[in-house]
Ligand binder design. Structure first.
Ligand code: PLP
Length: 446
């Protein structure tokens, strides 16, 4: 128990007075005074229940309050709460073994970080040193984190406020975003293969312009996440891999959001059989039970750094309690077949999404892969004018979000989209519970 007693109201106001993140999480809106959580639900201090359709910022894939993970954390804290980086510990050994079994073939070694941004920072640091080149190519609609380097990698408007200060050397290219493709506006006849090829040609052009020998890596979200669940079309990822191979450029896949079962496979790259040189992960790695990220890398990259005297790390990289939490999460996911369940629930969610297209004129398009879904809202289906600007809010989107929250469903709306990322343990009935609220809410935007 805490030594300092605070009432629920005092906790909320003290949190607002002293804490940057309480405000900044969703802009200046009243934060939910959240108190406890269990499974796919959480409760606020007034006893109101929310269905968590966001997995608490895409982290809590296995659901809240998993007893096996909680026990693993408690046991590790009792046995050895902390050991510095570079020490051989039991959770480090166990997690490495478990990760090797699930990551794409060829990724053999892991560098543990504090989270996703830190993983991306490390990935580009490794890529630059390994190749001896400096530039990194990333995509306009990506989000890669909020630290200095990760913000520079980010292409979406969250970068804009910091634009004058971000790290140089990052060049952005276009995502293969069919619904809003600049190359294919009003050209529905273009095949998926041709569409992919046009975007690969665009990437190739940028590489030629920048000079292939200056580019260390192409870093991309395998499935673009917060900016609209943009799923690679046929041949696209394979094509990016081939281009990278041609010029000795490393391919880094950011699976911070798409990893750990979210798409119905362990990692999104598994859908296309593409093998990245480096892969970053966080969020689902511990299912939010402790802070942790990781960079998975090829043997050759690992060996390159082992020949050097100093690689460097942060004090809390690979904290034993976080490593123990991650190991327990992976074991739970394997024993309870959570990835397979996510794939099955993904089929159910897709059907529910498609029903919304039938029923609501303000739904322009729905996209999903596993339990990673988006509803794209438009003012007019013909012109595809978005319900809110890309980098802004609208009265309609605000009213929609407010209604959904009042009805006890927690999700993120992002510019003109509704993101759907429920915990992977969700049942069809619970999915239906959330979709009924969304269905009613869409009457606001129709
Ligand atoms: N990469 C992606 C794709 C993300 O969605 C996020 C966070 O939302 C990050 C990186 C940054 O991760 P973190 O917030 O753990 O630093």
């Amino acid at each position: 128990m805490y030594m300092v007693y605070m009432s629920d109201e005092e906790i909320l106001s003290a949190s607002l007075e002293t804490n940057f993140w309480t405000w900044s999480a969703q802009g200046k809106v009243n934060p939910i005074p959240v108190k406890r959580a269990d499974g796919v639900y959480f409760w606020d201090v007034h006893g109101k229940r929310y269905l968590d359709f966001n997995s608490m910022v895409m982290c809590v894939n296995i659901g809240h309050g998993n007893q096996r993970v909680i026990e693993a954390i408690a046991n590790q804290a009792r046995e050895l709460a902390f050991a510095g980086p570079g020490m051989a510990t039991r959770p480090r050994a166990v997690l490495g073994k478990l990760l090797r079994e699930i990551v794409p073939e060829g990724l053999t070694h892991f560098l543990y970080t504090l989270g996703g941004a830190d993983a991306n920072e490390n990935a580009i640091k490794l890529a630059r040193a390994f190749t001896g080149r400096s530039k990194i190519l990333t995509r306009y609609r990506s989000y890669h984190g909020a630290t200095h380097g990760a913000l520079a990698l980010t292409g979406d408007p969250r970068r804009v406020a910091w634009e004058p200060y971000v790290m140089p050397g990052v060049v952005h290219f276009l995502d293969p975003y069919r619904y809003r493709s600049t190359f294919h506006l009003n050209r529905p006849e273009v095949s998926e293969e041709q569409f992919s090829q046009d975007y690969l040609n665009h990437l190739e052009e940028i590489i030629q312009y920048e000079g292939p020998h200056t580019i260390a890596a192409v870093l991309l979200e395998t499935v673009t996440g917060t900016n609209g669940v943009i799923i690679p079309p046929k041949g696209y990822l394979e094509g990016v891999r081939a281009i990278c191979d041609r010029y000795g450029i490393l391919l880094i896949c950011d699976e911070v959001m798409s990893g750990f079962g979210r798409t119905g496979r362990w990692f999104a790259v598994d859908h296309w059989g593409v093998k990245p040189d480096l892969m970053t992960m966080a969020k689902g790695l511990t299912s939010g039970y402790a802070p942790l990220g990781a960079v998975a890398m090829r043997q050759e990259i690992y060996e390159f750094f082992m020949d050097r005297e100093y690689v460097g790390g942060l004090t809390f990289n690979g904290h034993p309690i976080s490593l123990a939490a991650a190991a327990a999460v992976i074991e739970v996911m394997k024993d309870e077949h959570i990835v397979e369940h996510a794939a099955e629930m993904g089929v159910v969610m897709k059907e529910m999404l498609e029903e919304l297209v039938e029923r609501h004129p303000s739904v322009g398009e729905v996209r999903s892969i596993g339990l990673f879904g988006v509803i794209e809202l438009v003012k007019d289906r013909k012109t595809r004018e978005p319900m809110a600007p890309f980098n802004g809010f609208s009265a309609e989107m605000n009213a929609l979000r407010k209604y959904i929250l009042e009805q006890g469903v927690f999700l993120y709306t992002h510019w003109h989209t509704i993101l759907l990322l429920p915990p992977l343990i969700i049942t069809p009935e619970q999915l239906r519970e959330g979709f009924e609220v969304i269905d009613r809410a869409l009457e606001i935007t129709d």
